[in-house]
Design a protein around this ligand. Structure first.
Ligand code: ATP
Length: 342
């Protein structure tokens, strides 16, 4: 099922194409991440869905109702879209305690007090803030403030909850915890969520699907594994995870037969660049079908090692488990297990 449909959305600020012909279906009950570097148009896309920006062209529908259409001159204002926002610039009100902050969307809808109380306590429990009702925002940690903002977003039972870089101000450890929390809440409530981030690890960790944007365009949308294993082009490959990008002609002699056969079939009529992920290369004792090189750099990443290996034709980045321990300057043979054509 589709909750929201964006069709051919474009938006210009002067000469800048903030959005260029973006079409996108948001599936009911999914957590979709919009991923891209600074200035690629992520926020403009989210604000267009929320009704805080007016695109120049295209249409947006929510549960079958047109909420924006440039050609039909339809523009439903934000407060009539039933969309929840967890945005940096719609932060908690400092003069209201947490109870009042979370209750606010229901108060302005004139919901009965007893229902408001039940809903607020339920939502605070869901986000792990029971007992903090009387605290003011400045008395909470950054993570707790974000939880309260999520509770406020959830309370109005929106058709979609939009989150704009909700964890960007948190330290790395807390950020991971909050990412897992958001995923848990999303699975529990089955609410449709669209989340904007420039952090590819965050997107890979929590999303059902990821939409990759660059310069106002939507480049690829798919499940995290699809984006990682079958990126559409060099930009996506480079943006999500580490990659070795080599021309097919350069590398073909070093590929095991099975991989080569698979790639040769697919590489017909393509640009013939091969993407090999670092974990799809092994260091091996055999010399058959392998590439010799020298280790130029090494990083310990906890459970894995990352190596830079210089060969006669390419500087590879490879990842091994931490039992595979070699020193810098060692001569090694490497073998490619898997690659894909992009
Ligand atoms: N109100 C505005 N007036 C003029 N230019 C704008 C305006 N809002 C955004 N832009 C420009 O449009 C482009 C897209 O901006 P947008 O904020 O959507 O990007 P973003 O991907 O969310 O970036 P960030 O991650 O830095 O927030 C940028 O080049 C930005 O400078």
């Amino acid at each position: 099922m589709i909750t929201a449909k964006l069709n051919d959305i474009s938006k210009k600020y002067g000469e800048i194409n903030a959005l260029k012909e973006v079409s996108l279906d948001i599936h009911t009950g999914e957590l979709l991440s919009i991923l891209g570097s600074s200035g690629c148009g992520k926020s403009t896309l989210l604000y267009s869905i929320a009704g805080l920006e007016k695109p120049d062209s295209g249409d947006i529908s929510l549960n079958g109702r047109t909420i924006f259409s440039a050609s039909e001159r339809t523009f439903i204002p934000p407060e009539k879209r039933n969309i929840g926002l967890v945005f940096q610039n719609y932060a908690l009100w400092p003069h209201m305690n947490i109870y009042k902050n979370v209750a606010y969307p229901l108060q302005i809808r004139k919901v009965k007090k007893s229902i408001i109380k039940k809903e607020v306590l339920e939502k605070l429990e869901l986000v792990g803030l029971s007992g903090k009702e009387k605290k003011y925002p400045h008395e909470l940690s950054g993570g707790e403030q974000q939880r309260a903002a999520v509770a406020r977003g959830l309370i109005m039972k929106p058709d979609i909850l939009l989150l704009d870089e909700p964890f960007s101000n948190l330290d790395a450890k807390l950020r991971e915890k909050m990412q897992d929390e958001l995923k848990r809440i999303q699975k529990l409530t089955k609410l449709t969520m669209v989340h904007v981030t420039h952090d590819q690890e965050e997107a890979m960790r929590i999303s059902d699907r990821i939409a990759i944007m660059n310069k106002g365009r939507l480049l690829q949308i798919g499940e995290p594994s699809e984006i990682y294993d079958r990126p559409k082009d060099v930009f996506v490959a480079g943006f999500v995870g580490k990659s070795n990008l080599i021309s097919y002609d350069t590398i073909k002699n070093y590929l095991p037969r099975k991989v080569k056969n698979d790639l040769e079939e697919k590489s017909l009529n393509k640009t013939k660049t091969i993407l090999v992920r670092p974990e799809d290369i092994t260091i091996t004792d055999t010399e058959n079908n392998t590439i010799s090189g020298v280790i130029t750099n090494k990083f310990n990443k906890g459970s894995v090692y990352m190596y830079n290996i210089k060969t006669g034709f390419h500087d590879f980045v490879i990842q091994t488990d931490n039992r595979c321990n070699y020193d810098i300057n060692s001569n090694v043979n490497i073998m490619i297990k898997k690659g894909c054509v992009i």
